[in-house]
Ligand binder design. Structure first.
Ligand code: VGL
Ligand code: ZN
Length: 212
């Protein structure tokens, strides 16, 4: 790992009420990552936080599909879509950042999944794999070389963000203790971590960053 974080950014992915315990799409122990993220944010010169930010008629909501259940899969416009409970409806309390997350560190807040017909797990590209969120241009414009990723959920938005990051040529780091996953079906988080490693993403613990 490089000896300094000068050209690094931390991406804080979707640390929102709906993904934390008590939320509409709660991730087990999702709140456990908050002290970790709050602590490491102080180490980074740049922080970008994302919010899943859906309209009520979003295609990812099972409630918007006839005779479909949560966790079913459908194909919309040629793109496979997992169906979720209604979550992170733009402007709702569930879409707010989790209350203990220290928002003062954020340089940029990026909202994604805002189009009714298209979901966006990655913070870089929407799920059609071509529609850019603009984040790559922002980071490249700042001369960022190293991208650290943490947040919710390991096996969805964190995973797709990290995979796009490495494909875009950034040195990419998955901060394992700053993330938790949905893990449905069981084993999905483990597979996501394996796939990230195989793609050249470094798996790091926040403790390794404390001394940088
Ligand atoms: C996410 C499922 C649906 C995530 C967002 O942030 O990982 N997961 N929408
Ligand atoms: Zn979503």
């Amino acid at each position: 790992m490089s000896g300094n974080l000068r050209k690094a950014v931390l991406l804080v992915i979707d640390v929102q009420n709906d993904f934390c315990p008590g939320g509409k799409l709660e991730v087990k122990e999702g709140d456990k990552i908050i002290p970790v993220i709050n602590q490491i944010m102080g180490k980074f010169p740049r922080i970008v936080a994302t919010q899943d930010w859906h309209p009520q008629n979003h295609i990812s909501f099972a409630s918007n599909h006839k005779d479909k259940n949560v966790f079913d899969s459908v194909t919309v416009n040629g793109i496979e879509q997992t169906l979720w409970p209604d979550h992170c409806v733009k402007g709702s309390d569930g879409a707010d950042f989790y209350y203990l997350l220290d928002k003062r560190f954020f340089d940029l807040i990026l909202r994604k999944g805002t189009q009714p017909e298209l979901d966006s797990y990655s913070a870089f590209f929407e799920n059609d794999k071509t529609t850019s969120t603009g984040l790559a241009y922002f980071l490249k414009g700042l001369g960022i070389e190293d991208v650290y990723v943490g947040g919710l959920a390991t096996d969805f938005c964190v995973f797709y963000t990290a995979m796009d990051s490495v494909k875009l040529g950034f040195n990419t780091f998955f901060v394992v203790d700053a993330s938790r996953g949905v893990n449905v079906p069981e084993g999905r988080v483990e597979k996501a971590v394996r796939d990230m490693k195989n793609a050249g993403i470094s798996v790091v613990n926040s403790k390794e960053l404390i001394f940088m």
